[in-house]
Write a protein that binds this ligand. Structure first.
Ligand code: AMP
Length: 296
């Protein structure tokens, strides 16, 4: 695996590879890697490259590029940013073992020379006003800003994101459209990787204390129970049951919401004519956890 810290160097390297016929698959991360991240690398490596044509004897070659950058502009909570886990050496080893070809790990000054105000931002309308957008003001502005910058540097043919951050996937799909790249970037959304007890893998899980970790999978259990009750109960009822249960165990739920999976329009009750998703955000101590499940 080749590691780059500077934009100029990674751009030069990737330009040469592109000229050699490589397609580029990109996996942006904030580091503190776990098997959820590695599943994105594995999928990128396994999927046939965009442009692959089985009728051509030599398939297009693919290069897997990951980035690690803890983006300060997407943290609305200063403490969350300051306590965001960092595990540089371990991350590098995990990526190398997974067969990642290139790692880009820039400093903040490299991404934001002259500060973040000098880099364009994007509007995501309704998506910025609900769920994560409502709970974390400015978060998606920061995400859009950094991903636009990274896409411009890496110029990928394929982008791999995790369903764990479902709303972020929708925001970034819209970003790709706003950048006029929907015909050049193939977006892949990979399923959420979970711990054996169901807890969605997350870098923030390592900030949980032992007793907190022991109950953290309750969020997943709530999602499962909501899914199981979609054709028998009213959403309001199961939402309240889950809210009460989470509170009783010491969580502070921020939302337990049902939405149309195509546009995140919030729904008051189950509607089997729509593709539905349930999304939960809850704090356990000062660790904020999110998860979601497609219902049908
Ligand atoms: P992060 O480092 O949290 O910014 O995540 C980088 C990418 O990994 C994002 O596209 C996430 O959605 C994805 N990701 C994070 N956790 C998981 C998980 N448990 N399963 C699959 N993908 C994940």
């Amino acid at each position: 695996m080749v590691i780059f810290k500077y934009i100029e160097d990674v751009k030069y390297y990737l330009e040469n590879k592109r000229e050699e016929g490589f397609r580029i698959a990109f996996i942006p991360t904030m580091g503190a890697l776990h098997n959820g991240h590695i599943s994105l690398i594995n999928e990128a490596k396994q999927a046939k490259p965009a442009g692959y044509n089985s009728a051509i004897a030599i398939p297009a070659k693919k290069l897997t590029v990951a980035s690690i950058f803890v983006n300060p502009t997407q943290f609305n909570d200063k403490e969350d940013f300051e306590k965001y886990p960092v595990s540089g050496e371990n991350d590098i080893q995990m990526l190398a073992e997974a067969g990642c070809d290139v790692l880009f790990m820039p400093q903040v000054t490299e991404i934001y020379p002259g500060g973040p105000d000098n880099i364009p931002t994007f509007e995501f309308g309704y998506l910025e006003t609900v769920l994560e957008g409502a709970q974390r003001p400015g978060h998606f502005k920061g995400v859009g800003q950094v991903v636009a910058r990274l896409l411009d540097i890496v110029q990928p043919d394929e982008l791999y994101l995790g369903q764990k951050d479902y709303q972020q996937c929708m925001v970034l799909k819209d970003l790709i459209r706003q950048l006029g790249k929907e015909d050049t970037i193939n977006l892949h959304i990979s399923s959420t990787q979970r711990e054996p007890d169901g807890l969605a893998m997350s870098s923030r899980n390592r900030r949980l204390t032992e007793p907190q970790r022991a109950i953290a999978a309750l969020i997943y259990q709530c999602l499962v129970s909501i899914q199981a009750k979609q054709s028998t109960d009213k959403f309001e009822l199961v939402q309240k049951e889950c809210n009460d249960l989470l509170e009783e165990k010491g969580f502070s739920p921020e939302y337990i919401s049902l939405a149309d999976a195509n546009n995140l329009e919030l729904l008051t009750d189950f509607d089997s004519n729509r593709k539905m998703i349930v999304l939960i955000a809850a704090k356990l101590g000062n660790v904020r956890l999110i998860d979601n499940m497609l219902l049908n």
